[in-house]
Write a protein that binds this ligand. Structure first.
Ligand code: SAM
Length: 463
């Protein structure tokens, strides 16, 4: 028989000691951020309410650390009669070794292993009916070498098609799907940004289509009971069964999980139609407008991100003096600071009538072709390789490091990062462009949209 109060006290000491041994940077790389005891207990109690009564618990924490959730489980149920089995995975032996010793007399099967590489159980009887996880908050650029493998596995496990910008926590949720018993409960403490950002769409589709999403709770940032990393978190509870036709989801906000300041049910249909879930439950579902919106006439895009403007953007005389082929360049406007007025005229070649005229390297030829056709450009690319430009994050992520993303020129540009004027108001300047110049990402461009015509032709979105 273990005494959970004593173990929890020791666990907190171990947790503090490990924190002191590691730098913030080291913790960020493995997404190490422990769940405060009070919160772990709140999350767990809510999960227990959702479990069918009398069912023995098979507990899994795929990123267990020192075991905050397993401790909370023992604190809230009688371990000898209610827990059938408990398993936790941890990649880092700094946590693993002391945690293994701490829980050695308990039922917990503590595995020092990379959860994303462990094969999931094949039989239903080996799966888990209670998965609770505060997964590693590791940003996408720290998982670069693993993305392809994780991407394929997330689709296979949960039909979750994650974009390259998704953090490791999304893959943890997807991969855990195969570890869940049918009708089992899962709880995830994750960054709430998934509710609004583009890469979160695949997570939301999973929550709406593959499982029955039960509740999402968010903390009020003004509520100081948890530190910074937590106020931007959301707790997500769901059950491993396909949703009913009229499925409703509880959204709670502020206060505590047990007694939230705001609470409201929303239908899965409402969630399906809303891109930004963070508006719930404080705001209601959006009214569907029948009046046209700006996006019905324009699509708005930021300008291109070159990865290194100094290297890629050259003046006409630079290009000429280096003997580079102008055909491999596109005219580009200078940054808003160097662009006065609100209209850009064009010369006969379509270049902007601005002094100096600027051009961005945008070559779509393979390096072997460049070598053969344009030796001077080939030599310039070699300089880019030697000086590390080719190795920069953005350049590296392109198919050809020296080819820019495809952006046609537009008649309308907006200086959306303009400086404040004397009255402290942001100066958004719209520029009418007659030339063929594109822009870098300090400006955004507007093209013609088709949404309005589409919506009204279909008539489907009017009501
Ligand atoms: C956000 S912490 C949560 C720790 C603990 N569950 C808690 O709530 O306090 C995430 C944990 O996952 C571990 N981790 C990171 N990558 C992992 C992986 N691939 N497999 C298993 N554990 C991993 C980290 O070392 C860290 O201990």
């Amino acid at each position: 028989m273990i005494c959970i109060e004593e173990i929890e006290a020791q666990r907190q000491i171990i947790q503090r000691e490990i924190y002191l041994l590691k730098t913030q940077e080291q913790r960020n790389i493995l997404g190490q951020f422990s769940t405060p005891t009070i919160l772990a207990n709140d999350i767990l109690r809510n999960a227990l309410k959702l479990m069918p009564t009398g069912e023995k618990i098979r507990f899994l924490d795929p990123a267990i650390g020192t075991g905050a959730f397993f401790s909370a489980l023992n604190n809230n149920v009688c371990s000898s009669t209610c827990i059938e089995s408990a398993t936790g995975y941890e990649i880092d032996e700094h946590y693993g070794k002391p945690a293994l010793a701490l829980w050695s007399k308990s039922i917990l099967d503590y595995q020092l292993n990379d959860f994303t590489k462990v094969p999931s159980p094949l039989n239903e009887s080996e799966k888990f009916n209670l998965i609770i996880c505060n997964p590693p908050y590791v940003r996408h650029h720290h998982i670069n070498g693993q993305k392809e493998r994780l991407h394929v596995e997330a689709i296979a496990a949960a039909h979750m098609k994650l974009s390259g910008l998704a953090g490791l926590y999304c893959y943890f949720m997807a991969l855990s799907h195969r570890w869940m018993r049918s009708n089992g409960i899962a709880v995830w403490l994750i960054p709430s940004e998934f509710m609004d950002v583009n890469y979160g769409r695949a997570v939301k589709e999973y929550l709406l289509n593959e499982v029955s999403l039960l509740q999402i709770h968010r903390f009020d940032p003004k509520d100081a009971q948890f530190d910074d990393a937590l106020v931007s978190s959301a707790v997500v509870w769901f059950q491993n069964k396909k949703p009913d036709l009229n499925h409703q989801v509880k959204f709670t906000y502020g206060g505590s999980i047990e007694s939230p300041a705001h609470e409201k049910m929303f239908s899965a249909g409402t969630l399906e139609n809303e891109n930004k879930w963070s508006r719930f439950p404080v705001s209601n579902e959006r009214e569907v407008l029948i009046t046209p919106r700006l996006s019905d006439f324009f699509s708005v895009k930021r300008g291109i991100a070159t990865g290194d403007n100094k290297y890629f953007i050259l003046t006409k005389s630079d290009i000429e003096s280096k003997g580079l082929p102008i055909s491999q360049f596109k005219p580009i406007l200078p940054s808003p600071r160097h662009l006065s007025g609100i209209e850009v005229e064009s010369d006969d070649l379509g270049y902007p009538e601005i002094d100096p005229q600027l051009f961005v390297l945008d070559c779509k030829l393979a390096i072997s072709e460049v070598k053969q056709l344009y030796p001077e450009l080939y030599a310039y690319l070699q300089i880019g390789i030697r000086t590390g430009v080719a190795n920069r994050y953005l350049c590296k992520s392109r198919k050809l490091w020296y080819a820019q993303e495809n952006r046609a020129e537009s008649h309308f540009y907006c200086t959306y990062m303009g400086r404040s004027n004397k009255n402290g108001k942001k100066s958004f300047r719209f520029i009418l462009n007659h030339s063929q110049a594109i822009v870098a990402n300090s400006l955004s461009k507007a093209g013609s949209g088709g949404g309005y015509r589409q919506r009204f032709r279909n008539g489907s979105n009017i009501l």
